[in-house]
Design a binder for this molecule. Sequence first.
Ligand code: DON
Length: 564
Amino acid sequence: MRSIPIFLLFCFLCFKCKKELRKTNDNRGVIAKNAMVVSARAEASQIGIDILQLGGNAFDAMVATELALAVSYPVAGNLGGGGFMVYRSANGNIGSLDYREKAPLAATRDMYLDDSGDVIPGKSTLGVASIGVPGTIAGVFEVHKKFGTLPLESLLKPVIELAKKGVVVTNKQEKRIQHYQQFFKKVNKDSIIFDAQWKAGDTIKHAALAKTLERILKYGRNEFYKGETSKVIVKFIQEHGGIITEEDLASYKAKWRKPITFNYDDLHIISMGPPSSGGICLGQIMTMLEPFPLNDYGYNSLKTIQTITEAERRAYADRSFYLGDPDFVKIPVSILLNRAYLSGRMRNFSFEKATASESLSHGNIQINESTETTHYSIVDQFGNAVAVTTTLNGAYGSKLYSNELGFFFNNEMDDFSSKPGTPNMFGLIGGEANSIAPEKRMLSSMTPTIIEKNNKLFMVVGTPGGSTIITSVLQTILNVHEFNMTMQQAVNAPRFHHQWLPNHILAEPNAFDDLLKTKLENLGYPIEERESKILGKVDGILVLEDDALEGGADYRGDDTAIGF
Ligand code: DON
């Protein structure tokens, strides 16, 4: 309750300073000269920074921060989920790692449908049937193998100590745990650590997770996929009626992928490719927006909102038809990002009236051949940059928690399209390209993104938020580039979202004035303002003109920027 007046005050200040944004550049977030880590919890940011101060690089810090989030931010940080990392090394090399979950070998296309072919409510979101084969441990080991400089022991020891020492419950966490307890009870046979009546200020110790991490440190990556831990995982999942086998774990691989790159004005944007839709959709939206003078239209003006909404609508319609796991479906990436194709997509946009989503489908492309998260951004003292978004999907994933191992399992299977035309938990409609198949990765919206300007590192950004991830990353970039905001202002600014279907603009509550909303509605843009709905928790780093780093940590969570 205490946050409501603060939020209102913030909105007031935002609108008040709107006209002055161009001139003033105070209101910066945390500034550091050498290195910065911005993540969902101070404990995780601090461990990342400690690793950098030990002389480690951004990749070492990634390994430690990722696992520290599994301890300090269990709603999304994980061992039982997966994620994506985009990097830009100090020498300008770029790349990305896909450690997304995959469907188990025994998964079938119709596994979430009943005998009449209807989606069984909750089966792909709650409990054991929703779990995809986890990728996080494979991911961090892969990063360490390729780029790490410090011994794993130096990276994992502080995380294990944190798990043993425990993590202090925040106000936000207290409310979150209370809210989800009903689901923990529904899904778990035994009572779990999160069933207790935790209050802000209490310390939760993670002894079981510390033991799991100690075994992983001792025996390496394969401990999770082929060792004792894998056996405990499979036994636990199968006792709850799940289909994941030892073979599923043994065959899991993290995959290096080519990032999606595109230009917008003088920015060069590097983002995650399939099986995330993030990079392609961001590229499509920004390319559709580029010809429009958003800067002249003004920050969150009627025309700006209309233009952004229409570009989003078109990109999400394409997402739904064309995108899936690139190892299973042919994705016409270059056409989807082609300027001529995208300007054609915007041809029927008019400021006079909204395009009805029902009248709009995916673009016509000839193919000559045969689907609670957390983001952190790191820049090290050497100039390496890492953007990572990692997830269990829903808050606490499937809600299934192994007391023996000390972590939650994801419910990522819901990111597949269980049935064409039926929305998943984010309201996203999917098609054949994102149907379920054994070993296939479910389509994601996660958009870890790095931006260069004049061939130099300019920004590192990303967020959780399901389908709203792409549009929150988009607005943060535009806020800095088009509307001259600081990193922290860009993160704080109110956000809106459109995803083709359902046909409405999702707007942060109390962030847009009534007159603007009425004008939008009169033009055919229904507005949906869900009470307390949060559009993402953006964590970004901006390189300033004097090469100092500005961290932008989202006030919507407990996010914290720490630098030195
Ligand atoms: O990969 C995806 O797109 C989703 N599983 C992300 C889920 C998410 O961001 C939930 N957090 N608010």
